[in-house]
Design a protein. Sequence first.
Length: 455
Amino acid sequence: MTLLAPKNGLKRRFLPWLTSGVASTLVLFAVGLGATFGSVSVAEGASAQNQIQREAEISDVRIGQHGQRTRVVLDVDRELKFEIFTLPDPYRVVVNLPEVLWKLDDAAVPENKGLLSRMRYGLFAPGTSRMVLDVKGPVNVANSFMLKPVNGGRWRFVMDLAPTSETEFLEALAQQRAKARQSLDELVAKVTPDSPPVLATPTLSKDQRATSVAVIAPRRPSVSGKRIIAIDAGHGGVDPGTIGVGKTYEKNVTLAMARDLRTALEATGRYKVVLTRDRDIFLRLRDRVQVARDANADLFISIHADSVPNRKTRGLSIYTLSERASDKEAAKLAAKENKSDLIAGIDLSSESKDVTNILLDLAQRETMNQSARLAQELVGELRRQVMLLPNSHRFAGFAVLKAPDMPSVLVEAGFLSNRQDERNLLNSGYRQSMAGAMVKGIDQHFIGTEEARIH
């Protein structure tokens, strides 16, 4: 997993400290700077023993309305350190905690109460769990504190949210962003006092960005002689993905499928497999692609499961990259999947508005052609094992398919909104049959690639 760090290449410099308290704080600040802090609150007197904090358990969540304020209460078995910040577009309240065990009944998690629209939670990064609250408008955090146990009960984390104006929200946000950047500068200076880093990132023109894509390092031959396949289990951690008709979380289905496909590929002896994630943890879209590129992967396969209002719709489909979607449904699906970082409580306001300027150029044309050929081979083999959607090879602008030098496909394995598809995807035998068909499709892709080179 790629840890988030400031955009100036500081990550390598600080790797020796990744197990220290200073490094943990640095990474947390870096995550905050990438997401930009709104209001911040730190519980006083919290335990500094991270290992103990990671074992904390959150067993219940309650939402209450007190006048105009909305109170959020978490039951936890010990005192915790926490940080809170707010984000706009859309309005969200984000709570960072030490790595904890979430022992909540997913079906009973509150929704649409008071100022709250929806709540998500999970592992955000090693050592950091996150709760994200979608709220109905601009809010401020009026109070946040830990309550000691009473009469043998549990510790309680309490947070009060109050409505505010958009102007006041943005003013507070700007102030806290400045404080967060100053704090990060001071922390970095303490770690490397002799060479304080420059956190500014140079702005490149569109032409410069396009040129940078064309200068791609040549692919390194695999030391083992095996083809390297990167498998991306969609969603994870604080981002559950779609939730099925039987309350199945997409993130759990995709991880199970990724592991089954890894097993099937490695059993051939011809492939080495890299998973972008092998546990229930959040990973940014761009970091998923970077994991594959760092591994020098020959192929990138992202696995997902869809959900639509029509519960009769079922079947598998495979997507490859195109900024012109093959249909309206494909465009909507890509737009939904590309919001994964927002769902996890990350502020994308400072990101490039048009990443496709960097990636969709001449350097990527052959890669896109290879992706399309891979999709056709997979469809040809999968149709013998599972039900496919009509026009099963589709096109859309998925962010995880935008590597310029690596054929990439996104597999929508079925619809969790359909009971039969949901049952199938929860069945290990069905997933293994699907994985076997995909191995054959991948084999055919490489056979075709070698034949094309010979001729």
